[in-house]
Design a protein around this ligand. Structure first.
Ligand code: ZN
Length: 264
């Protein structure tokens, strides 16, 4: 293998770069755990530092290492022994996994930059929606703007594609909300608009399609097995997030395939 002197680390050592991305993902996942715990309560992300919810003992840096601390402490607080939720290491692992997958798929590119912003936001929104049945404006509203600006700056997709995505994502959910009267909420609408901003309208349609299929399938299973009644709400945010993530990886290709199918 020949390595030009000015070639970047990414080119020179792809495996090393994947490891760097993975470590970055773990650290980012650790921050997302703070976001998930604090944003719904409207608390500061910076102060105070992390503490055990049981005994309020502040966490030292060595109790705060992603995944590793959880394993070393066997999932319990060092001071009071209270169980630490398995969600913490899961969020860290998932964040690292999606970023490593994105780097493997996109390499150092605008697509990867978008992935580094969109995918962690979707991980946080999923956990918050599962916990609180709400999708916080504090993430989706800035998300709409950030998605548009990233696409403007990187020209990954055209500004028009992104603006149409915002209008389509928001508009479709507005219609659903008006028709269904309470089936979906304003949070879903803003998340739809945010996905449209990042993905553009074509990949957004793929994201919505995936979300409806996944949500419908799980809803049918829960109904059939009697684990949820017909009236029980099932949060749609996690399905939108899953659809959005899949559309980031494969959306444009699926859309082209759809068009080919309809055209030919
Ligand atoms: Zn404790």
């Amino acid at each position: 293998m020949t390595v030009a002197p000015f070639e970047s680390f990414a080119d020179a050592c792809p495996t090393g770069m994947l490891a760097v991305v993975g470590l970055f993902g773990l650290a980012l996942g650790s921050f997302l755990n703070v976001v998930i715990a604090r944003v719904p309560a409207g608390r500061s992300l910076v102060r105070p530092g992390s503490a055990c919810p049981g005994c309020s003992a502040p966490l030292t840096w060595y109790d705060n290492i992603p995944v590793l601390s959880f394993v070393m402490l066997r999932g319990r607080c060092r001071s009071c022994g209270m169980r630490i939720s398995w969600r913490y290491p899961v969020v860290e692992t998932v964040t690292a996994a999606v970023l490593v997958s994105a780097y493997a798929a996109f390499g150092p590119s605008a697509d990867f930059l978008v992935a580094c912003v969109l995918l962690p936001a979707l991980v946080a929104l999923t956990a918050i929606d599962l916990d609180h049945q709400m999708i916080p404006d504090a993430i989706t509203l800035p998300g709409i703007l950030v998605g548009l600006v990233i696409n403007l700056a990187s020209r990954r997709i055209s500004w028009l594609d992104s603006v149409l995505g915002i209008l389509l994502g928001g508009g479709l959910f507005l219609v659903i909300i008006l028709v269904s009267r309470g089936g979906m909420g304003g949070g879903d609408l803003k998340l739809g608009a945010m996905l449209g901003a990042f993905l553009g309208w074509k990949a957004l349609l793929v994201a919505l399609f995936v979300a409806i299929v996944l949500g419908g399938a799980l809803g049918a299973v829960l109904l059939a097995t009697g684990r949820r009644g017909r009236k029980d709400p099932i949060p749609f945010g996690p399905f939108l997030a899953a659809g959005g993530a899949m559309a980031l990886f494969w959306g444009e290709r699926v859309f082209v395939w759809w068009m080919g199918g309809f055209g030919g």
